[in-house]
Write a protein that binds this ligand. Sequence first.
Ligand code: AVI
Length: 328
Amino acid sequence: MNSKEDKRIRLHDFEPGQDRFLAEVLSGLRKSQKELPSKYFYDEQGSCLFDRICTLDEYYIPRAEATIMETYIEEMVDLLGPSVLLIEYGSGSSAKTRILLDHLRELAAYVPIDICREQLLRATRGLVSAYSGLEVLPVCADYTCGFELPVPRRPSERKVVYFPGSTIGNFDPIPAKHFLEHIAGVCGPGGGLLTGVDLKKAPRVLHRAYNDRQGVTAAFNLNLLERINRELNCDFQLEWFEHYAFYNPREGRVEMHLVSLRDQTIHLDNVTIPFAKGESIWTESSYKFNLDEFEQMAAAAGFKVEHIWTDEQQWFSVQYLVNTEGAT
Ligand code: AVI
């Protein structure tokens, strides 16, 4: 960091260490259905690939969400009220957040939280120069684990967590409920959660979204193995694995896998891990919801759904949930 803006950036750094990365990779690859946590997609290269996915014709989510935000921003701002402390989980490039930063009244501060330090710092630099009066307090952390929130200079009326993009769908149902409970604790009684929730739709639309013609999603998926090779000194042969994504209607989720194209072994930290031809590593689930299903999960975590905005096709929703704890 060397520019004038960088000196004003105080990073709260809880970046997960390589020990935990190694432990989670090894434990996932030792299961009978091999798996890897999808949060590890987002190194510098993976974050760039994800940004490219968000520009693809087939990947409807960012377009639908942006249209909803642009159409209903005034209603959202009225509901959230003035002097909000805005906390974003998985802020990435913070590009989607700008519409809120542009419209929220007397914003107390903005806390972007992301696991990828480089992208977080890049985004913070951009925000600091674009919003001169705004206090930006970046936190580098795996937000599925505990970390301390920075304390802003200005007091706030309420805390609002922003969790766009339907990343909640990347959690299995029980961890999703626990995660919503954690957010309810962070925003406190009367605080809120503004979140994107992807809705159930025709499987062919989902199939296209996770199997784009340019192969960007495949590169995003395979980058996980490249990252493990690079950072953990492993020896995956990328050309011997293939991206495979499909909608599982019974479970209501898109599953992404990497399928081994031959019998092979890989070596990681003195452990040899065998792969049979056709065996897969499950790298991501992306759950799609009915409005009722999501409402029930939110209620079980202590949230009341205050408002739902959807696009014309009802493919995607943005929802404002309020922590009802302490309400009579
Ligand atoms: C970040 N998350 C909501 C994306 C999704 O759609 O589940 C990640 C992604 N995986 C493949 N394409 C996009």
